[in-house]
Structures are given as structure tokens and as C-alpha cells.
Design a protein around this ligand. Sequence first.
Ligand code: 5GP
Ligand code: ZN
Length: 113
Amino acid sequence: MSCLFCRIISGEIPSAKVYEDDQLMAFTDITPQAPLHVLIVPRKHIATLNELTPDDDGLVGAMTRTAAAIAKSNGYDASGFRTVFNCNADAGQAVFHIHLHLLAGRTLAWPPG
Ligand code: 5GP
Ligand code: ZN
């Protein structure tokens, strides 16, 4: 298995886990870009958003709701947070297993770089 996030999900590579259920795992980003920077990752390997099918709609919804729940549990629901999916080179996707970034705890500039 060569995919980094599949290896984290299997437990082969350690991570700072913040949430897991039968579909998802969430862990702290190794290079945090904000006081809270969590990656919400499906257990199912999907390389990019381009590979999503209608069967994945519930999964992506669960990822979004999980991000909001983690933001809330850290006290950032009212102050605000950002969720980001990067897709392919121009967006800077580095790990080809979809993941939703959750960033919070500082003012986040818009538009992003
Ligand atoms: P991307 O650029 O693909 O949207 O984001 C990949 C993210 O994965 C980056 O923010 C990077 O810091 C994070 N990352 C890369 N390798 C590891 C790792 O081994 N463990 C964890 N927890 N995060 C990682
Ligand atoms: Zn994978």
C-alpha cells in the first residue's frame, strides 16, 4: 500500500487522531497552518475530487458535518473556521487520497493564495 493516508488509516503510520467512525478518520495535520488544522479523511481510497461518484455524496456530506462538529468541539463554531479540498496541481494537492482541511483559530485571509 503506497498511499500515505491509507497507511495512516490502517495504523501503520501514527497520527494524532481526533475523530473516527466507520467511514472517516480525522487527525491533526503534521504541518499545521492554524491553531486548529485537522484533516478529515474517508477510509475509502479516492484519489481526487474528480473520482467522486453519486455513491459518495453521503460520504462527502459526513466529512463536512464532521468538520463542523470538530470546529464546534474546539470552540470555533461562532468565531469561524474554513474547510478546503485541494484538487490536483494548481490547488497544491500533495496527497492523492481526498481529505478535507479544517482550519481555525486565527483570521484566515481571503482570497487564498
Ligand atoms: P494537500 O496539499 O494534499 O491538500 O494536503 C496534504 C496535507 O497533508 C498537508 O497539509 C500536509 O501537511 C499533510 N501531511 C503530509 N504528510 C502527513 C503526515 O505524515 N501526517 C499528517 N498528519 N499530515 C501529513
Ligand atoms: Zn489512500
